[in-house]
Design a protein around this ligand. Structure first.
Ligand code: NDP
Length: 291
């Protein structure tokens, strides 16, 4: 069994981007610049944004974190996005989702200039991805592709089973794994809460991407011998032995599935760090497009 260590693969990508950034600085150019917007004080969102900003600093990217109270109006938030759209020194914009209920996710996503849409959620980016035009791919599926590439996982002709059909993970993942390129060229089955024979389908999977958000859902009896397992899930489960009071659990029951698999991602330290790597790659690509 091979551990698909996301920390290791992300480190290689970060080192490469760091070298490229110092080369830009040596040429007297500015660094790629990511602007993040955080609305409210949700614990998980705070952690994700902090980690994105910290990683930018590590590799020499510039970053701006704009924080707003959860009482900010939709109109005001859209104005802030517009300001970042018009700022020529900002290459990538992300709004950490979810935003409070009185603000429309769709309006926020649509307000971002597609040339700065490093989360890849804008309909223009989604359309380009579906039609196979180079574009910003959502960070998590992009990170998973980079991970498969890093560990040279064979994907051609494999049956990939994706559990979950969200716009940010499952759906783009299923499209990307089915495209005629590496990593891809898979036969893909996408499953969701209305799938009736999930276990049967999973047992046919050469590659399983679990992105449903239910702690330790995928058990050994659902996995065939030698499958490649990508665990996207992150669920906070109460754990009194931890200082934080919770432990992070994936969608896969790691201890029993790992011995059956040929390769598997851990949680934490698998898809999480690769998601950040995907975001940084998108930001670098946004910058380079302007050069
Ligand atoms: P969503 O809740 O948006 O989507 C979950 C999907 O799983 C839905 O399509 C749902 O089906 C499906 N689903 C739920 N329960 C079942 C079930 N019992 N059987 C089959 N399908 C089911 O979640 P996200 O896609 O946003 O995220 C999924 C997980 O990945 C979460 O734990 C999230 O925290 C994590 N995540 C991790 C990231 C990382 O960097 N590692 C990044 C993004 C997310 P239906 O459509 O029918 O409701």
């Amino acid at each position: 069994m091979q551990l698909l260590d996301g920390k290791l693969a992300a480190q290689a990508i970060k080192e490469d981007l760091k070298k490229k950034t110092s080369a830009l600085q040596e040429q007297g150019k500015r660094s790629p610049h990511l602007a993040a917007i955080l609305v409210g004080t949700d614990g998980a969102s705070e952690t994700y944004v902090a980690s994105k900003v910290k990683t930018c600093a590590e590799i020499g990217f510039e970053s701006t974190l704009k924080r707003f109270p959860s009482t900010i109006s939709e109109e005001e938030l859209l104005r802030e996005i517009e300001e970042l759209n018009n700022n020529a020194d900002v290459d990538g914009i992300l709004v950490q989702l979810p935003v409070p209920k009185h603000i429309s996710d769709d309006k926020v996503i649509n307000a971002i200039d597609p040339s700065k849409d490093v989360d890849g959620f804008h309909p223009v980016s989604v359309g380009n991805m579906v039609s196979g035009t180079p574009t910003f791919i959502p960070a998590t599926p992009y990170g998973i592709l980079l991970l498969l590439e890093h560990f040279k996982v064979e994907t051609k002709g494999k049956h990939a089973v994706v559990i979950g059909r969200s716009h940010i993970v499952g759906t783009p993942m299923s499209i990307l794994l089915s495209r005629k390129a590496y990593p891809g060229n898979c036969t893909v089955t996408i499953c969701h809460s209305a799938t009736t024979n999930l276990k049967e389908i999973c047992l046919q999977g050469d590659i399983i991407v679990a992105a449903l958000g239910q702690a330790e859902f995928l058990t050994a009896d659902m996995v065939k011998e030698g499958a490649v397992i990508v665990d996207v899930g992150i669920t906070r489960v109460a754990d009194a032995s931890k200082k934080s009071g919770f432990a992070l659990k994936g969608d896969v029951k790691f201890d029993e599935v790992a011995p059956k698999s040929s390769a598997i991602t851990p949680v934490p330290g698998g898809v999480g760090p690769m998601t950040i790597a995907g975001l940084l790659m998108n930001t670098y690509n946004a910058y380079m497009k302007k050069q």
